[in-house]
Design a protein around this ligand. Sequence first.
Ligand SMILES: Nc1ncnc2c1ncn2[C@@H]1O[C@H](COP(=O)(O)OP(=O)(O)OP(=O)(O)O)[C@@H](O)[C@H]1O
Ligand SMILES: [Mg+2]
Length: 303
Amino acid sequence: MKTISTIDDVQTLLAEHRYVTDRTLAVSIYLAATLGRPLFLEGEAGVGKTEVAKVLAAGLGRRLIRLQCYEGLDVNHAVYEWNYAKQILHIRLAEAQAGEHERARIEREIFGPEFLIKRPLLQAIDDADGAPAVLLIDEIDRADEEFEAFLLELLSDFQVTVPEIGTFTAATPPLVVLTSNRTREVHDALKRRCLYHWIDYPDVAREARIVESKVPGVGHRLALEAAALVASLRSDSFYKHPGVAETIDWAAALVALGKTALDERAVSETIGCLLKYQEDVAKAKDTALGARVERAQKVASQA
Ligand SMILES: Nc1ncnc2c1ncn2[C@@H]1O[C@H](COP(=O)(O)OP(=O)(O)OP(=O)(O)O)[C@@H](O)[C@H]1O
Ligand SMILES: [Mg+2]
């Protein structure tokens, strides 16, 4: 298992796993790892928030434990629940064998560790095998505020108490990455516990490097032109701007069509890789798409 000792270590780790970024994110990751604080990543959709946790787990040789948040997420799905089906089966078998008078013993048994289903947060804390995990709490803005309050407590002491069994404490706290698309503001109390980092859209040169690292067969010119065109879409008002994920998909589509440079027809035919609302597609096509392509090519040639 690798460790993080310097900011350079983080930069190397990210580069080795084809995550293209600037030093500021590496500094935030370094500090989160060194100070043992959760890293709270915010940014538009598809800018590479979730990928940070995946890359850290892969680079550090740690387990990635992911908790995907959604409205209504509760402790049963996030921390632990009892395996009712297995408990009932056990009761039936035990009663058949030992008779009803053994009820107290049977009751003790069915609330033992083998009937406990560990959900992501407990898995991340229960590091009995000595390997701290990377815990990804993805899209926290989708969870309810009550869940956020619960999380606050968990992130401060990395302990979970199961009344029937006892308290689980992480020997080495996991490296925690929280992400949010900012569909709602997360409470200050939770933010206060974390190091905050906003991931912005990359500039054209960096987005082209991301495309080159992720799309086999894409040439430098096409990568730059694609990044420049996406940047131009982001500077206009659309209902939903394309993220880096969309740029990658789009570049792969252009490569699949045998393109080495942009042309208006190819952009028009593949625009659905970038814009996912009919109104946005219509607007892009109606607002001088040819001129937009030419501008992108000019920007690319100067980058
Ligand atoms: N800086 C980057 N370097 C390399 N790949 C990147 C980078 N940013 C994004 N990607 C790629 O873009 C895709 C989307 O990234 P990811 O899923 O992490 O975005 P996200 O911010 O979590 O999006 P969402 O808010 O929709 O969940 C992934 O395939 C990832 O590999
Ligand atoms: Mg994500």
